[in-house]
Design a protein around this ligand. Structure first.
Ligand code: HEM
Length: 429
């Protein structure tokens, strides 16, 4: 029987988006696990204790990632259906199937040299900064943080520069669609495009992630490569955009960071670490389904029902965090943990810190025009995403003396083709 005390708490409301940590504090009365509603009629268990979260993430024998036992319960038009329905990729599979897809991704990403990636981020950042630098004001979410990861992925997957506008439109179309019809149209166009790209790379491989996936010893089929690309770009886009935006919001509203532009002590990496602990890009995800009825730290969870991890609540859980000095920065759960932990965390942090450093080095007096506590957040049970991040700065012009974002990228000192295979095509967008 559902009583007031056990009624699932909605994670899709505006109140939750405004202050999720107040909701997590309220949920702590349940212990390490609490009943929540992800969308109307979609009920789940949210793990909010640190140790309980680790237990789920590190125990694939008990907790499966495959939603097919449950997804028939999802209302077909539910807004969370795309995030929770099974697909043929690493996120929704266990065991050997998962390991095969995951190895193809980790092996392929390992061929990208960090300095080549940094150079790509510099050129992509400069290109975006050129669009607003002479204006003196910008929405850092719409014009920078959300635009940058998509352009980077285009390059990494070897999509020709001239296709980048329509590819970015399709990707944004299916990830940020306002209706299922719009999402489906974008998805079909992107899928068709990717099939052509994969066929072309099979015919004539280049030095890019698509070719490396095609050539991988896992012998992925054409459809599997297409699904890997789609999964990786969508898994990477939202959290990377939020990591950049949330860290910039912290930095540009706090004088301790502001001073660093010339002389202070705190850096972009500090802001990223702070965000990963205290305001992570994904607040809750890692959906699992127990293979049998389980008792998780005092809560009975029924076999085949969804269990999500609240990285945000677990990171800040007051009582069950490991005791002792917390000098390590590796123990937050914001990249998850266990077999499905984010396989691309180092590149993701490198992209984010480089993008922030590049922006603040060109626009060194950039400041928010809205106080931090008046910023607004997009509703939704999974992400921690700002709706906008308005900022102001002293404009800079293309014909300005010395190096500027317009002339520096043209004379970049780092060669564009620079990876461990010497042939990588992480070219400028
Ligand atoms: C370059 C950018 C990124 C790429 C390409 C990427 C890619 C991926 C992929 C392929 C997975 C699935 C792993 C698996 O199931 O075995 C994954 C999982 C995950 N990623 Fe990332 N990621 C990126 C950035 C980030 C960032 C910035 C965050 C947040 C701090 C993040 C958090 C996570 C989490 C929490 C999971 C586990 C999801 C789950 O199991 O449900 N990722 N990522």
């Amino acid at each position: 029987m559902t009583t007031e005390a056990t009624r699932p708490v909605p994670l899709y409301s505006d109140e939750y988006a405004a202050d999720p940590y107040a909701v997590f504090d309220e949920l702590r009365k349940h212990g390490s696990c609490a009943p929540v509603e992800l969308a109307p009629g979609v009920v789940a268990t949210l793990v909010i204790g640190y140790r309980a979260a680790l237990e789920v993430l590190q125990d694939p024998e008990t907790y499966s990632k495959d939603p097919r036992v449950w997804q028939h319960n999802l209302p077909p038009d539910s807004p969370v259906a795309p995030m929770l329905s099974w697909r043929q990729n690493l996120l929704f599979n266990d065991g050997e199937v998962h390991a095969r897809y995951r190895k193809a991704i980790t092996d392929s990403f390992s061929l990208i040299e960090p300095y080549a990636l940094r150079d790509l981020v510099h050129r992509t950042s400069d290109m975006l900064i050129q669009n607003f630098a002479d204006r003196g004001e910008v929405d850092l979410v719409g014009e920078y943080a959300r635009a940058l990861p998509l352009l980077i992925f285009n390059s990494l997957f070897g999509m020709p520069d001239e296709d980048s506008v329509r590819v970015v439109k399709w990707m944004a179309g299916f990830m940020e669609a306002t209706s299922p019809k719009e999402a489906n149209e974008a998805l079909v166009s992107y899928d068709t495009y990717l099939r052509e790209l994969v066929a072309a790379r099979r015919e004539s491989p280049g030095a890019d992630l698509t070719s490396w996936l095609v050539e991988h010893p896992a012998e992925l089929t054409e459809q599997e490569v297409v699904d890997e690309i789609m999964m990786t770009t969508s898994a990477g886009h939202e959290p990377t955009a939020n990591l950049i935006a949330n860290a910039l919001a912290r930095m540009l509203s706090d004088d301790r960071y502001y001073r660093t532009v010339s002389s202070g002590a705190l850096t972009a990496t500090d802001a990223i670490t702070d965000v990963l602990w205290n305001n992570p890009p994904m607040l809750n995800f890692s959906t699992h389904f127990p293979r049998r009825d389980v008792d998780l730290h005092g809560t009975w969870i029924q076999k085949g029902t969804p269990v999500l991890i609240s990285y945000a609540a677990a990171n800040t859980a007051p009582s069950d965090l490991p005791k002792g000095p917390r000098s390590d920065t590796g123990a937050h759960l914001s990249f998850a943990a266990g077999p499905h932990a984010c396989p691309v965390k180092q590149p993701a942090v490198l992209i984010s810190s480089t993008a922030i450093d590049r922006l603040t080095s060109w626009l060194c007096d950039i400041r928010l025009t809205v106080p931090y506590d008046q910023l607004t957040w997009r509703p939704g049970p999974f992400h921690r995403a700002l709706t906008a991040l308005p900022a102001r700065f002293t404009p800079i012009a293309p014909d300005q003396k010395g190096t500027n974002p317009w002339n520096v990228s043209r004379s970049s000192s780092t060669p564009p083709h620079a990876t461990s295979r010497e042939t990588s095509n992480v070219s400028a967008p």
